[in-house]
Design a protein around this ligand. Structure first.
Ligand code: ZN
Length: 197
């Protein structure tokens, strides 16, 4: 039986977020240091709030799809915990990474002779960080729903296509106790797990 990947909703969230960054970064209208620093705080704060809000919506929706219980899922609390946790795959705490991205953005725009290029780059990097976070929220919410379902074992599922890397291919079909699921092998990994019942 063909199963659909849980990342379809994730992709919708990511596309929605990607449409917002252009508007946010258009706030940079002058390149003097004071203005850039002020505006950088506004942009990254808004981007952070929006990511938190959309991640919460996504988690709620994914949980609803995979949960078979009446358990109450605190999506906002779940997402906040992920925002503040060190992620062993990305090697950062999401909230700290957004602040680092903001600081680098301000620094590069102030120092560069081609600030428009720095803005475009910062926009792409912010989009990539937020997209990765949405993938992580999806994967972790899925596992939480399984846990609440009382599921004890899961099977690793890899998107079977040409781009699948060796590390992911090696995990495909493997069964793990729900408390011993290995971290994803790399960032941008779109593997997931299915329940073994
Ligand atoms: Zn993978």
């Amino acid at each position: 039986m063909a199963e659909t990947t849980p990342y379809k909703k994730t992709d919708k969230t990511i596309s929605y977020l990607n449409r917002q960054y252009g508007r946010m970064f258009r706030r940079v209208t002058s390149f003097d240091a004071l203005n850039v620093i002020d505006v950088s705080h506004e942009i990254y704060e808004e981007a952070y709030q929006l990511a938190e809000q959309e991640a919460t919506r996504l988690a709620q929706s994914i949980y609803g799809d995979y949960s078979r219980t009446e358990a109450v899922f605190d999506a906002a609390g779940f997402v906040l915990a992920l925002i503040l946790a060190y992620n062993p795959v990305t090697k950062y705490v999401f909230q700290n990474e957004i602040e680092r991205k903001r600081a680098r953005f301000a620094e590069s725009v102030i120092a560069s002779t081609t600030p428009a290029e720095e803005i475009a780059l910062a926009k792409r990097l912010l989009a990539a960080t937020n997209a990765q976070f949405m993938d992580d929220v999806t994967f972790d919410t899925l596992i939480q729903a399984y846990r609440d379902n009382g599921t004890e074992k899961v099977q690793w599922v890899t998107a079977v296509d040409d781009r699948r890397c060796k590390q992911c291919a090696a995990l495909h079909g493997k069964i793990f106790p729900i408390d011993k699921i290995p971290p994803k092998p790399h960032i941008h990994c779109r593997c997931w797990v299915r329940e073994v019942r």
